[in-house]
Design a protein around this ligand. Sequence first.
Ligand code: CP
Length: 310
Amino acid sequence: MNWPRKDLIGIQDLSKEEIITILEMTTSFKEISKRDIKKVPTLRGKTVVLLFYEPSTRTRLSFEIAAKRLSADTTSLSASGSSFSKGETIMDAALNVMAMAPDCIVIRYPYAGIPQKLARELPCSIINAGDGYHEHPTQALLDMYSMQERFGTIEGLRVVIVGDIFHSRVARSNVYGLRKMGAHVSIVAPKTLLPPGIETWGVDIATDFDSVIPEADVIMMLRVQKERLNQQFFSDEREYSFFYGLNKHRVDMMNSDAAIMHPGPMNRGVEITHDAADSARSLILNQVENGVAVRMTLLYLSLGGSLHVD
Ligand code: CP
């Protein structure tokens, strides 16, 4: 049986069964990164192009490492080093990239909808590495994998997502995925950082962080996206940290088994302190490690791999 999808645009498109398949296969791919020789020939002869029109450390590097561990050829382009700065549109750039016959384009773009458009118009696989405020599906899959690895299941977990929900594609993708997988999701944010329509997301909403901490299995802190804060969403960073930051006092309020997550990059001292980020409860570097394995799985599936890993 082959994977039925050419593209991965968002978690909203995936069924629960598809998410389960991806998470199960990720364990097989994770094992490859523990070997002395971290490379298998699975995608030899395939070409993966990374088009990153926004900065990235984790997503870009882990896609590149994932592709290389599967023996695919990779090449990457960022907005600053491309003809984007000369006024070339993303569609023209993508058609030119397509003329060089890639098998997969991984794209990060500052506005929603571009990965869908490329998926409709190009014959190669398109993987969304984050589009505007819309979705960041591979981040949510690695987050869900990290929760499943830590707790054995996602079903019934109480996940609290805290911070800048308004601008967060990570929050949207996680809410879609976690709800499909049977988790209970609460959102904590100042009212100004809640997006319109959040009441339709099927989550609990709180403005008092302290009230939800003791019941949480996972507290996922989100970055305050300073580059997108072109209005006054809160008074200042000190006040934001006081009400919505995860610090030692709040870590001490967590239940004994609860975990801390953050997709990165972190603003240490704003949404999370050193005590919290570096505590024994933190899964933050596990998330990064699992990002490689999840992206190996997705490249493998998108590039025609069967649902059985040899
Ligand atoms: N989590 C995440 O998307 O990180 P990068 O922006 O570094 O890729």
